[in-house]
Ligand binder design. Structure first.
Ligand SMILES: [Zn+2]
Length: 261
């Protein structure tokens, strides 16, 4: 089996335009039919906060959502209030125009065009999975709890089982999130994420993205099709919101299939 040592680090780059969207450049070249990336803080005076549970005026927040949907040339966006679980919703229709906010899901799958999947993050990892042959896409919110609960494996299984795909066809990218140096956690988190490793006795940093990549390789994805963001939300430039750095704002990992696909 391939090892995580073979997984590439790829730094998203800020796409031109009014909306701060950081796109995975290799995927942009390889999969031009995808709308993909993670929103950032933006450089204007007002941070590009897309969080729906904070204290931001809802009208301003929804203006930013509409700008995101327009900038990605999508017809609809879907989002869910996340619960750090492993439940995934399959979007099987084209969706009504506008923005749908569901309850209680941490992942989304679709093969419909112009439906922008979204997960809110600020240190947790937005994980994108793509089958280029059937053009099915999955996007999940993977914090340590969701990762331990197997949300990444479930997303891969949903694509494989529902679309007769195969793990060796899939591509996976872990977006901007907290890095392995910044995320100091207790022994219980190490035990939950890396049950096969020795558990430290005191608070120790953990690399959740490496654990996600390892799980993807364990599911049969080829290492050359798995990549990890070069951005840390905590210690990098202040391009992203970081919960651990005290921000209550949220960026969105996004993934959708363009109409011209
Ligand atoms: Zn860091």
């Amino acid at each position: 089996m391939a090892t995580t040592m073979e997984v590439r680090t790829v730094a998203e780059r800020l796409a031109p335009g009014a909306v701060p969207l950081w796109v995975q450049p290799e995927w942009e070249a390889r999969f031009p039919w995808l709308a993909q990336g993670t929103t950032g803080r933006g450089s204007g005076g007002e941070p590009f906060d897309l969080g729906l549970s904070g204290a931001q005026p809802v009208g301003r927040t929804m203006d930013r959502w509409r700008a995101l949907v327009a900038a990605t040339e999508m017809h609809a966006a879907v989002h869910a209030r996340q619960v750090h679980g492993a439940d995934i919703w399959i979007h099987r229709d084209a969706g009504s125009p506008g923005i749908l906010v569901m309850d209680g899901f941490d992942g989304h799958v679709t093969d419909r065009r112009c439906v922008l999947l979204s997960v809110g993050v600020a240190d947790c990892t937005p994980v994108s999975v793509v089958d280029p042959e059937t053009r099915v896409v999955a996007l999940v919110h993977a914090g340590w709890r969701g990762t331990a609960a197997g949300i990444v494996e479930r997303a891969i299984n949903r694509i494989v089982e529902s679309w007769q795909s195969a793990p060796e066809r899939l591509w996976l990218h872990c977006g901007p999130s907290i890095c392995g140096a910044c995320y100091e956690v207790g022994p219980e988190v190490h035990a939950a994420i890396n049950p096969h490793l020795a558990v430290p006795t005191e608070n120790t940093p953990i690399d959740v993205r490496a654990a996600i990549a390892e799980r993807a390789l364990g599911m049969g994805l080829p290492a050359e099709q798995v990549s990890v963001s070069g951005h840390c939300t905590r210690c990098g430039e202040p391009d992203f919101f970081s919960h651990r750095a005290g921000s209550k704002a949220r960026q969105m990992g996004v993934l959708g299939i363009r109409d011209s696909a």
